[in-house]
Design a protein around this ligand. Structure first.
Ligand code: MG
Length: 422
């Protein structure tokens, strides 16, 4: 804490008077007990099913915030480098600090947007701890006490492994049905499968076209799942931007009898016209958004009637405030939000606070069923129990995100490229 009083004046930033909207503020006018400064940013990368990139923001108030960028080292690397723009700034001014970073063009690329998200989540954690309030409360309060989780589910082998084997023997209707039944048994009421799995080796993947055999194979997988789990479970499929418009429409129409909750990313979302054509041609809702990292990107999709459900990624979209802005835009167009999330419990619980605070929420992704120690990375503050229970996360009421990292698990599972938090 610095010792300036409320009588101090704002410091005119260097170059004051030039026609440039400088939002740096070397000293903020606040009572001394809220005059906090950021003292450093560090990161660590965890060896999960993806490299989960955790970010820690330290302050001079004895309070530390944790956040998470999108997976991989690149985004947390950017977050680490942004330290020089943030040290000395007041962490309570979250929007102003994000504008400051944006002004410095640090957030124009996807790694930058994701670095912002990691830092911004940590700032909310700090703010909540300082004000003794949970993050959802700071975001405007909650619409629900529990956040519904949908489980990303794999059957057979991962896509990488499958290249070595005959895909028709790996991605079988029985494998899909069995995996679906297991996940429903675990308590989830919403699940998602990849459906861009290979069918046979001779398909020209570069051409992005599905032949009839491929479409029949994909439909057989979904038919088997519906046979096993019935129609009361929300069932979605992901196509990872892999197909042409005509193939996506032919597949979408073939899948209509199975009442899917959504078809995800049939074509790349930046091809707005193509996305609109698929969305309008099939009755199953079309979802996109995990690679759309700005409000402007979502607004383009909304104004062009090019999606039915939005899926902004919790750790790619610039932070919780921007996620709420995206959700608000979507609400104006009557579009629900099902956030994309492949992160550790840190990013997931940040997503829970966001999801609790918006009206138009559908379900939040969980993508770590293959990692039995996923939930061990964190401990609830003030309560016991797993992170996810019966397909829901109870919205935490402890200050900030409401979690602490289990540093022993962090240490055991961190990549050895760093010497702890760096
Ligand atoms: Mg996806």
């Amino acid at each position: 804490m610095s010792d300036h009083s409320a009588d101090d004046e704002y410091v005119i930033p260097p170059g004051g008077g030039v026609p440039w909207r400088d939002v740096t503020m070397e000293e903020t006018l606040r009572s001394p007990d809220r005059d906090v400064e950021i003292t450093g940013i560090s990161r660590i990368v965890i060896r999960g099913n993806f490299p989960w990139s955790l970010v820690r923001v330290e302050t001079d108030a004895g309070v530390t915030g944790i956040g998470e960028t999108f997976v991989g080292e690149e985004s947390s690397d950017v977050a680490r480098r942004l330290e020089e723009l943030l040290v000395g700034q007041n962490p309570l001014d979250i929007d102003r600090l994000m504008s400051h970073l944006d002004q410095n063009r640090a957030g124009t690329g996807s790694f930058g947007r994701s670095a912002f998200a990691g830092i911004e989540i940590a700032l909310w954690d700090i703010k909540g701890k300082l004000f003794d309030l949970p993050v959802y409360e700071l975001l405007g309060g909650k619409y629900r006490d529990e956040v519904r989780i949908y489980c990303d589910t794999h059957a057979g082998e991962s896509l990488g492994q499958a290249q070595k084997n005959d895909p028709t023997e790996v991605y079988t209707p029985e494998a899909y049905a069995t995996a679906a039944a297991e996940v429903v048994e675990e308590g989830f009421s919403a699940i998602k499968f990849d459906l861009d799995v290979p069918t046979h080796r001779e398909v020209d993947t570069a051409a992005r076209r599905l032949d009839n055999e491929a479409i029949e194979h994909k439909a057989s997988l979904i038919a088997a799942v519906r046979d096993r789990i019935g129609y009361d479970v929300d069932l979605a499929v992901d196509l990872h931007w892999n197909f042409t418009v005509e193939s996506a429409i032919r597949l979408g129409r073939k899948l209509e009898p199975y009442d899917l909750a959504w078809i995800e990313d049939p074509v790349p979302p930046e091809k707005t016209d193509a996305h609109r054509r698929v969305t309008r041609a099939i009755s199953t809702p079309v979802l996109t958004g995990e690679n759309v990292t700005t409000r402007e990107g979502f607004l383009t999709l909304l104004r062009n009637d090019a999606m039915d459900i939005a899926a902004p990624d919790v750790n790619k979209t610039g932070g919780l405030a921007d996620l709420r802005r995206v959700a608000d835009l979507c609400d104006m167009y009557g579009i629900p939000v099902a956030p994309h999330n492949i992160s550790s419990p840190v990013g997931t619980i940040a997503g829970v606070h966001f999801a609790a605070s918006i009206p138009n929420f559908l379900a939040l992704e969980y993508h770590a069923r293959d990692v039995p120690w996923w939930g061990d990375l964190v401990e609830w503050v003030g309560r016991d129990g797993p992170v996810i229970e019966d397909g829901f996360v109870a919205v935490p009421d402890a200050p900030g995100l409401g979690i602490e990292l289990d540093e022993e698990v962090v240490e055991k599972t961190a990549t050895d490229e760093f010497d702890g938090w760096e």
